[in-house]
Write a protein that binds this ligand. Structure first.
Ligand code: HSE
Length: 427
């Protein structure tokens, strides 16, 4: 039987779940794939925490594991881009296949690491890095390989989807929902990565690169998170027929690729609107296969570990094969579409005084910037400021930004910064 010796780096929520899954599936993997997976060494920040949980030697010396000649594959579940970078680099340089759930690392330093992998003739598996248990990496690479993608987008962060769901359905405030997501093990070590859209930015850059076969690095993604989102906008959007979701979006036209993350008003009858809690979903539009969506758990120990184990099995069966395809994602840099030229629709909530002529002044500015109003709503209120909610027709992002800057300086009528949330583009 083929023996594959594994070094595990990191034993947090996902790492410890992987230990469980390896034990549970050992015989099945031997029977079905003819592979004996041998966990040979573990390195983790706090080796004491694993005492009594495994018979495998545990240390805190990551590089002593990546350099061992009796290890074939390194599974990196530490996260971060410092020690993880040094470790993955060392593993690749020492000729080990690497399986990682580290989206930040690949999104920021992927090109360098893929190049080392290619030189060493080894592979990097990262199914667990994007959308947890959804097998989207291999779907893009293999299942939809013949398709020309126009759009790939999705709900790519479980923590923020959980927060948005609980704020809407349980009326929890933002802080309570975030705390619960952390307790459940969904959040990143630094939860600002989740709530500020950085984690989703890392993930959409990886998906866009694979879908378009062009390198889309995180540095080119424009990112806005949910930390400023207010419950009243979640409720107002619902009453207008939309649910607010944090989406990662990447689209390609002849003018280039535009990739971004932002809260988005999704029509309630769109499949993305009904993906709740920590679930993730990836929606795509292609020329050949039209559109589709895959959904599943996007965060948490077992769902993520299940994707890690699926990568371990897949890449273990390829180890030693003469026919390792160039899967290392060294795609050419593509052209970027300038975001100010992108056509978008906006939900705008103006906080205004309740006086004659206010609406006229606001609509005058919008009109001067070629922004047409689709609907206006104001609820009667006895106290100021009042909320005037405008949903617009499409105009360029650049004109929206200019008009909002202008409107927010009209402090005689505008009393708080205008809330501006984009609507889902034509999908
Ligand atoms: N913090 C991430 C999330 C974990 O909430 O989706 C999975 O990458």
């Amino acid at each position: 039987m083929k023996e594959v010796r594994i070094g595990l780096l990191g034993a947090g929520v996902v790492g410890t779940s992987l230990l469980q899954l390896l034990d549970k599936n050992r015989e099945k993997i031997q029977r079905q794939y003819g592979i004996n997976l041998q966990l040979t060494a573990i390195a983790t920040r706090s080796p004491g925490k694993l005492q009594g949980k495994t018979n495998v030697p545990v240390s805190d010396d990551v590089l002593s594991v990546t350099k061992r000649s009796d290890i074939d594959m390194i599974v990196e579940l530490m996260g971060g881009t410092d020690t993880a970078y040094t470790a993955v680099r060392s593993a690749l340089e020492h000729g080990k296949t690497v399986i990682t759930a580290n989206k930040a690392l690949l999104s920021e330093k992927g090109r360098e690491l893929y190049a080392i992998a290619e030189t060493s003739g080894v592979e990097i598996g990262y199914e667990a890095a994007v959308a947890g248990s959804i097998p989207i990496i291999r779907t893009l690479r293999d299942g939809l390989a013949s398709c020309e993608f126009e759009v790939i987008c999705g709900i790519l962060n479980g923590t923020t989807n959980f927060i948005l769901t609980k704020m809407e359905q349980e009326s929890w405030d933002y802080a309570t929902a975030l705390k619960k997501a952390q307790e459940l093990g969904f959040a990143e070590a630094d939860p600002t990565f989740d709530v500020e859209g950085i984690d989703a930015g890392h993930k959409i850059s990886l998906l866009a690169s694979l879908a378009f076969r062009e390198s889309v690095s995180f540095q080119t993604v424009s990112v806005k998170g949910i930390s400023e989102l207010q419950s009243m906008d979640i409720q107002a959007a619902l009453s207008l027929g939309y649910r607010i979701k944090l989406l990662g979006i990447s689209k390609r036209s002849s003018a280039g690729i535009l990739t971004k993350v932002h809260p988005t008003l999704v029509p309630l009858d769109h499949p993305l609107a009904n993906v709740m809690n920590e679930s993730n979903a990836v929606f795509y539009k292609t020329k050949e296969a039209d559109s589709g969506m895959i959904t599943g758990k996007g965060a948490g120990g077992l769902p993520t570990a299940s994707a890690v184990l699926s990568d371990i099995i897949y890449y273990a069966s390829r180890l030693g094969s003469q026919n390792i395809a160039k899967e290392n994602n060294l795609f050419p840099e593509g052209k970027r579409f300038p975001e100010p030229e992108n056509l978008v629709r906006y939900y705008l909530r103006f906080s205004t005084v309740d006086k004659p002529g206010v609406l006229a002044e606001i609509s005058q500015v919008l009109g001067r910037h070629n922004i047409s109003i689709a609907s206006v709503q104001q609820k009667e209120s006895t106290s100021e400021p009042v909320s005037v909610i405008v949903v617009t027709h499409a105009a360029t992002e650049g004109e929206f930004q200019k008009s909002l800057m202008e409107i927010d300086t009209m402090t005689n009528i505008i009393k708080q910064k205008t809330v501006a949330i984009r609507l889902l583009e034509n999908l």
